[in-house]
Design a protein around this ligand. Sequence first.
Ligand SMILES: C[S@@+](CC[C@H](N)C(=O)[O-])C[C@H]1O[C@@H](n2cnc3c(N)ncnc32)[C@H](O)[C@@H]1O
Length: 329
Amino acid sequence: MMVLILVGGFHPEMPYEEIKALGVDIEERDGRVVVGEVEDVEKLERLGFSHLVLKCLGSFGVDEKLPFDPEKYIEGKFAARFKNLGFSGSREEKKEEILEELNPNIESVDLDNPDTTFYFLMKGEKIYVGKLIHRFDPTEFTERKSGMKPYSRPVSLKPREARCWINLSGARGDLLDPFCGTGTILVEAGLAGYNVYGSDSEDDMVSGSITNMKHYGVEGEVRKSRVQNLSKIWNRTFDVVVTDPPYGRSAKVCSVGIKNLYRSSLKEIESILKNNGRCVIGCPSNMGFEKILNETGSVFEVLNKFTEKIHGDLIREIFVLGKTNKKFK
Ligand SMILES: C[S@@+](CC[C@H](N)C(=O)[O-])C[C@H]1O[C@@H](n2cnc3c(N)ncnc32)[C@H](O)[C@@H]1O
């Protein structure tokens, strides 16, 4: 199906790569508007960094008529919604024109509870139009952010971000987070339908993760383990690892040495990942992750890499690694 996706401005590249990782073949990218072909449209309901998924009905210019026959697509009562993404024409005038074309009969409009919703994304000299498939409720992720969970710690990843990392892993099957902390990745992956497993070196993080998972109705298994013992403690393999290790800012981790922690993590993760498995891992940008990767003689291939500012002088890198020679698509 041809879809129209409105992504959020959360990161300059990650929302687009997340869409690709869920199987969208992008044909056009115009600012935050993406047009692409996808086979399994339901999968897109798992996206973390997008706002809308629409069935694409085409695009048209300021002086052009609707590119589709509304009669064909309206089921029951309908509503039209407009998003101004930097429209260069006269917005109100064009809106009136569109509504006139759409509204053969005012009885069929229901703005509060429509059966069919058309979205008009007005961008530059173009208007992209689509029929609503999925709208991401902005409060959904807010309800799971740090401070709202029964067990919260400042180290927590944002739920949307966690969801995006999970999607970037091309996640399927069994997912492990070996630095699970408060369980943000486990909760998001569980809600997206994966089998989740976590471990952490701290007792309170292990029990806190379990509390949070129960609270959000996610089943999974969490064990106490230092990452250095990962293969011993699990004694099995996983399809994907998605994880956010410490960044070496706390005295505890500094004493071990942040680079050593990443070296042993990579070795252990490699051994518990299935062939063709993926790992998405965060790290501080000044650590030299790729150098560590080379030094450890790792079989991991860097499939994708992103940078983002966290706060102050802390910049995070996110790596998508593949235990394969095959390129990530
Ligand atoms: C950045 S936090 C992870 C936060 C988590 N993603 C969340 O959203 O809550 C890093 C976690 O690694 C754990 N940790 C530190 N050193 C470890 C080690 N050697 N092995 C396993 N876990 C460790 C800490 O207890 C902490 O919970």
